[in-house]
Design a protein. Structure first.
Ligand SMILES: NC(=O)c1ccc[n+]([C@@H]2O[C@H](COP(=O)([O-])OP(=O)(O)OC[C@H]3O[C@@H](n4cnc5c(N)ncnc54)[C@H](OP(=O)(O)O)[C@@H]3O)[C@@H](O)[C@H]2O)c1
Length: 263
């Protein structure tokens, strides 16, 4: 049986944790339905490598490997890739679920007067630069995955609709909007480079919906009834969309339903 290896960055965040739980659960369910599950048997078809940062993981599973990683520190990203290489020669899917909108002391800007360099640069580092650095160090592992144009390897990052320049009707949130727009450009660039140097890898940026996590908590007041997704629902939708992506879709910006978002 072929083992499918996932690498989830931000595995203790709202959406990231839901993704890790669902992937681990899928493995358990598949074993149960095929009768191959055995609590002492580590020969499974899904392995999940997940990163944590400040929040310590609060769950374990047989085929789940937690790795400490700070996405603002290239050395830490490199070290995480080395740790994975000790367990496997390849990764099939990478999903970066880490992100930043506010901190304990800083909220997204309502007006230009609130703009501060340090917070702006922190947004750029976490939301935009990190995915490029992760791609740089994970490429050799993606290169060794078994893949085809129909079932490509995946390099996905959770972006945000507010990173769309043409969709911007409200203004505000300079640091977050600009960092997500920069992420989108970086991933589009990467999709072009990898279409030449790394065949059959789909690079995507995704809008997860408005999801009930600590990141969105201060801003949920205006969300219409039924429009606030649970992390589990959002993760399920995003995984479903990714499972239908072909290599031809590399360089897309899509939402949780698979609908294209204008750049
Ligand atoms: N929730 C929404 O409504 C919504 C809407 C649109 C887009 N998004 C995007 O979806 C993604 C996930 O958001 P979420 O709602 O799940 O937020 P969340 O619950 O706050 O999770 C964010 C994750 O990012 C990690 N992270 C932040 N800085 C990091 C660093 N330097 N190194 C490593 N990990 C770091 C956090 O870990 P620590 O806390 O341990 O540092 C946490 O695990 C983000 O990119 C966000 O912009 C969310």
């Amino acid at each position: 049986m072929n083992t499918k290896n996932y690498f989830i960055i931000g595995g203790t965040g709202g959406i990231g944790k839901a993704m890790v739980e669902q992937l681990v659960q899928t493995a358990t369910n598949e074993h149960a339905s095929t009768g191959t599950h055995n609590s002492t048997n580590s020969n499974t078809d899904i392995r999940v490598f997940a990163t944590y940062h400040k929040s310590v993981p609060d769950f374990e599973a047989e085929n789940l490997y937690w790795i400490a990683m700070d996405i603002c520190d290239e050395q830490s990203i490199k070290q995480a890739a080395e740790t994975i290489k000790q367990q496997t020669t390849y990764i099939d899917w990478v999903i970066n679920c880490a992100g930043l909108l506010h901190t304990k002391t800083q909220q997204p800007e309502k007006a230009l007067q609130q703009l501060e360099s340090e917070f702006f640069l922190q947004n750029m580092q976490v939301n935009a630069l990190a995915s490029l650095l992760i791609a740089k160090h994970i490429k050799p592992l993606l290169a060794k995955s078994e893949r085809s144009s129909d079932k490509p390897a995946i390099f996905a990052t959770i972006s945000a609709r507010v990173g769309s320049i043409s969709d911007n009707q409200l203004g505000g949130w300079y640091s977050y909007r600009m960092s997500k727009a920069a992420l989108n450009m970086g991933m589009k660039n990467l999709s072009i480079e990898w279409s030449r140097s790394l065949k059959d890898v789909c690079v995507v940026v995704m809008q997860p919906g408005t999801v009930n996590t600590q990141l969105s908590a201060p801003f949920q007041g205006n969300v219409a009834d039924g429009q606030l997704f649970s992390p589990a629902y959002s993760a399920e939708c995003l995984l479903e969309v990714l499972s239908k992506m072909g290599a031809a879709q590399s360089g897309s910006f899509v939402d949780w339903a698979g609908e294209s978002i204008p750049w």
